[in-house]
Design a protein around this ligand. Structure first.
Ligand SMILES: [Zn+2]
Length: 196
């Protein structure tokens, strides 16, 4: 979101909108238990949607070129994903697995988790989130290939609509040799799936 757009909505505006939604749900926003709720919700939105405040690509700028000849896949599994579907503004929660085949440089592993988190804290669909993470790693690290898999449970499906608790959505986005070389691709998926 641009700064100009954000400044048109004040904290008071956001709180008023929450009060409206409480009434829409059928409750009384002036009763004691709900009095402070709009303020808390507006504040928690700043945290839940912190992805708009930063460019996650910046986390990948600092790389290490001394890789000691390492030329195999680097895979970080089970990165916690907390995101929100743009269709219902309900959370989807799951895990991301991110891998890449370095060409001549690597990035600190915590940065991979920060990239996932940065893109996740926005409104979107899981398909787009998966592709955005892969594209950022490809563009900035320029590895020989990238693989991103996200498995998550969408509360817009599990707690409303078709009500299917336990159903999970898997998306993957592969680039470079992880996509095109059958052995690298197979190795990536084996590393993602292997038991602990
Ligand atoms: Zn949804």
């Amino acid at each position: 979101m641009s700064d100009a757009l954000k400044k048109t909505v004040t904290q008071e505006d956001a709180e008023a909108a929450v009060r409206t939604l409480i009434e829409w749900a059928g409750d009384d926003p002036t009763r004691e238990g709900l009095l402070e709720t709009p303020k808390r919700v507006a504040k928690s939105y700043r945290e839940l949607f912190a992805g708009y405040e930063a460019d996650p690509r910046e986390y990948l700028q600092r790389t290490f070129e001394e890789v000691g000849g390492y030329d195999e896949l680097v895979v970080l599994r089970d990165i916690r994903v907390v995101s929100f579907c743009e269709h219902h503004m309900l959370p989807f929660l799951g895990r991301a697995h991110v891998g890449y085949l370095p060409s001549d440089r690597v990035v600190g592993i915590s940065k991979l988790a920060r990239v996932v988190n940065g893109f996740a804290r926005r409104l979107q669909i899981q398909e787009k989130l998966t592709a955005e993470i892969a594209a950022a790693i490809q563009d900035i690290l320029q590895p020989r290939g990238v693989g991103v898999v996200i498995v998550s449970e969408h509360s817009c499906m599990t707690m409303r609509g078709v009500n299917t608790p336990g159903s999970r959505l898997t998306t993957s986005h592969l680039l470079g040799v992880v996509r095109d070389d059958p052995r690298t691709r197979q190795e990536f998926f084996e590393l993602v799936r292997s038991p602990d």
